[in-house]
Design a protein around this ligand. Structure first.
Ligand SMILES: [Zn+2]
Length: 368
């Protein structure tokens, strides 16, 4: 795609891009039309409703999850927390397909995104606008020590917004195809392992706004197609106790992928610490193969939380989200249940929050 070769900080609107915008529009415009064949999601789904706007109080060692829309969420305990793909602006279809400059809805972020002193890392799966648009504003609210973890493309895109020491390009440290990789120490209580994944196609084999950016941009991307995906990542996140042992292990994947893309290294999954919760993407799950079966089979998670299931171009309101066009949530949940019968499954509405399952009974030994 034309944009892939662009290395300068200048934004232009070439003909190819307009063509791409029509494709993007056609994809998004499926929403709410007779072409949308998804039935209303069934009552048997493991919904979690939002009940309040702010985080509950919780104790150390108790992990709370809050769904913030699209692939985004807050996850942490009283000592340490992460944000993943924070996005609440939800620009409507018209600004997206007419290639208007996209802007953060600061009031929505202020109201519904939990910001705590415990947040030390913002992890980003890829750099499309529905994963990355709100990051600059979110960072203006975070503790000064918080850092951004993402692809080279993402860190280049946001170069005008954050100093270099707060933007970590994780690509040199990625695991590939269930092997290799390197833990990045965020704080003594938190480490992150980046994993090379992939972006599932939107239509056929086509990925909207694909490409990479190898030089730092001097200003923010403007329209929906300027927010190019870059390398897509999954993450394994370990919350550590005072002795440096894994207290809680989280897997994050905010785009569905063909395994072995996105799979954590087998050697790490065999280290005796379970995956406590896997946060996985529903969007486009039928556009990839053996997903989520192969992933869940390798993770053996105790809990599964489903994200990126709702229409991210409708206004962000508590509990009001509806499923992406064509996304069969009943089928996706049925496949998770079959692949991970041991796991507790949650499908959170926007703003829903809940305590995650505790790791193990007090005194339990991870290697026991
Ligand atoms: Zn994307």
């Amino acid at each position: 795609m034309h944009i892939a070769q662009r290395k300068t900080a200048t934004i232009t609107t070439p003909i190819n891009k307009r063509v791409a915008s029509f494709t993007f529009g056609a994809f998004l415009a499926l929403a709410g039309t007779p072409l949308s064949f998804a039935e209303e999601p069934g009552a048997g789904l493991p919904w979690v409703e939002a009940k309040e706007e702010s985080l509950p109080s919780f104790a150390p060692g108790q992990f709370v999850f809050r769904f913030t829309g699209a692939g985004g969420f807050y996850l942490g305990d009283a000592g340490s927390a992460i944000l993943v793909d924070p996005f609440l602006s939800n620009p409507g279809l018209w600004p997206v397909i007419s290639l208007q400059k996209l802007k953060t809805d600061t009031a929505m972020v202020d109201r519904y995104l939990p910001i705590t002193e415990q947040i030390s890392a913002v992890l980003v799966g890829h750099a499309h606008y529905d994963h990355a648009l709100d990051i600059p504003y979110v960072f203006s609210k975070l503790p000064p020590s918080a850092r951004l973890y993402g692809s080279e493309t993402l860190t280049n895109m946001l170069a005008s917004q954050l100093p270099g020491d707060r933007r970590i390009n994780v690509e040199p440290h990625m695991a590939q195809d269930a092997a290799g990789g390197e833990w990045l120490s965020v704080t003594p209580q938190l480490r992150v392992l980046p994993i090379a994944s992939e972006h599932s196609p939107h239509v056929g084999r086509f990925i909207v706004a694909n490409g990479k950016l190898q030089e730092a941009m001097q200003q923010l991307p403007a329209d929906s197609l300027d927010w190019i995906a870059g390398t897509t990542l999954s993450y394994l996140v370990d919350f550590l106790d005072a002795g440096g042992r894994v207290a809680y292990r989280v897997f994050v994947q905010t785009s569905s992928a063909n395994p072995p893309k996105g799979l954590p290294p087998k050697a790490i999954l065999d280290d005796g610490y379970p995956v406590n919760v896997a946060v996985i993407c529903a969007a486009n799950f039928t556009n990839v193969k053996n997903y989520p079966e192969t992933l869940l089979d390798s993770l053996q998670p105790k809990q599964v939380v489903i994200v990126h299931w709702e229409k991210f171009w409708e206004p962000w309101t508590l509990n009001q989200a509806t499923a992406l066009p064509g996304l069969d949530l009943d089928a996706f949940v049925a496949r998770i249940r079959a692949a991970a019968p041991q796991a507790d499954i949650r499908l959170p509405q926007r703003g829903a929050q809940f305590l995650l399952q505790p790791n193990q009974p007090p005194g339990g030994q991870p290697h026991g």
